[in-house]
Design a protein around this ligand. Structure first.
Ligand code: COA
Length: 339
């Protein structure tokens, strides 16, 4: 008996959206809090300011706005959405914030859940969502990357507090003909043995429960980071995973339209671009205005470049996310826009 061929759909990137907090914190303002300066921060990171969630705003609220933007862009009825994934390490609710976003979006037929992989989270969520679409079990997905790391930064630690900001970005994915596939290739990696160079650990605080037993109280320490180790990890692993991805897909670096990396540090972006001789004009960067927004950086940058017309229908994008875990990944994407 002949085997039934596997169902194999293409995945189109059909919409994008983003939202950032109102409060803007400049390097000069940070210098009033810790012993730092605009020239130190700009020259070492490329960051000039970042956004910080203030009163009246929530991460869930930003995520809803980003998801609404992507849904409207794709010209979708929210009720036609099958899946909502929120990539975040900083949900408003530790049980998961995606269902709240699903409800506020009016995506009442969608299943919604959170996914955590720190700064690689958006890429991991994009690949996860694409599996449901690829095999035909779902047709439309919203993938959000959103983080509020300013909640967990030690604002008196100048080695880390200058790097981070808050934001949210989202994309809309639609199952399509395999010949119009926009998720061309991907690779995802983890190495927990090196996790201690960047983490946000549970605080070890035990209290008496009943006679002879203790319980742990909830709470986390601020972000712990060995900046030099993280820097070395990024400039070693990102070029390596991109090189494997491009050669495995028979794509020459010069045929890429855009390099879209996790926006951690301009020096990391430059080092990766140099490695592939990709000109600066093809390297997307907005970290000067937002800093490192963790899971949000890639969709926030994508949406900005789509909205201002830099990214056009059919453009080929190499993207890579990296960060705590340690985790990292890369994907080769083709932007489609509304079908
Ligand atoms: N302002 C002024 N001086 C600072 C400073 C700041 N914000 N932060 C650190 N310094 C000082 C240090 O105290 C040190 O001084 P010392 O030599 O007198 O002790 C000096 O600058 C050099 O510190 P160092 O940590 O070696 O700096 P660096 O060149 O490695 O740059 C980072 C620091 C954080 C910018 C850099 O390591 C980096 O970008 N790492 C990657 C971090 C990252 O991207 N994390 C998220 C990944 S998802």
């Amino acid at each position: 008996m002949a085997e039934t061929p596997p169902i194999n759909y293409g995945i189109a990137l059909v919409g994008s959206g983003s939202a950032t907090p109102k409060q803007r914190l400049t390097n000069d303002q940070l210098g009033l809090r810790v012993d730092t300066s605009d020239s130190w921060i700009s020259s070492r990171t490329g960051i000039h300011s970042r956004r910080v969630i203030g009163s009246g705003e929530t991460l869930t609220g930003l995520s809803v706005r980003a998801a609404q933007g992507a849904t409207t862009f794709a010209r979708w009825d929210p009720e036609s959405i099958d899946l909502v994934i929120l990539a975040t390490s900083t949900p408003d609710d530790l049980f998961g914030s995606a269902p709240q976003i699903q409800a506020e979006l009016g995506a009442k037929n969608a299943v919604a859940f959170d996914l955590t992989a720190a700064c690689s989270g958006f890429l991991f969520a994009l690949v996860t969502a694409s599996q449901f679409l690829r095999n035909g079990s779902m047709r439309r997905a919203i993938v959000i990357g959103a983080d509020q790391l300013t909640r967990w930064v030690n604002w008196d630690d100048r080695r880390s507090c200058v790097l981070f900001g808050d934001g949210a970005g989202a994309i809309a994915l639609e199952a399509t003909d395999i010949n119009h596939d926009g998720v061309i290739a991907f690779s995802l990696k983890s190495d927990g043995s090196r996790g201690d160079c960047l983490n946000l650990p549970n605080v070890q605080n035990f209290q008496p429960l009943v006679e002879g037993l203790v319980h742990q109280t909830g709470g986390f320490l601020p972000i712990q980071m060995n900046g030099q180790e993280v820097y070395k990890f990024a400039v070693r692993e990102v070029p390596s995973i991109l090189e494997d991805l491009l050669s495995g897909s028979n794509v020459a670096p010069e045929t890429l339209d855009w390099l879209l990396l996790h926006q951690a540090n301009q020096r990391i972006l430059d080092a990766v671009a140099d490695r592939f001789s990709i000109p600066k004009t093809k390297v997307l960067s907005n970290l000067a205005n937002y800093g490192n927004t963790s899971a949000a950086t890639i969709p926030l940058m994508l949406d900005e470049a789509v909205q201002d017309g830099r990214i056009k229908r059919g453009d080929l994008i190499a993207t890579s996310g990296f960060g705590a875990g340690l985790s990292w990944g890369a994907a080769l994407l083709r932007w489609q826009g509304p079908i």
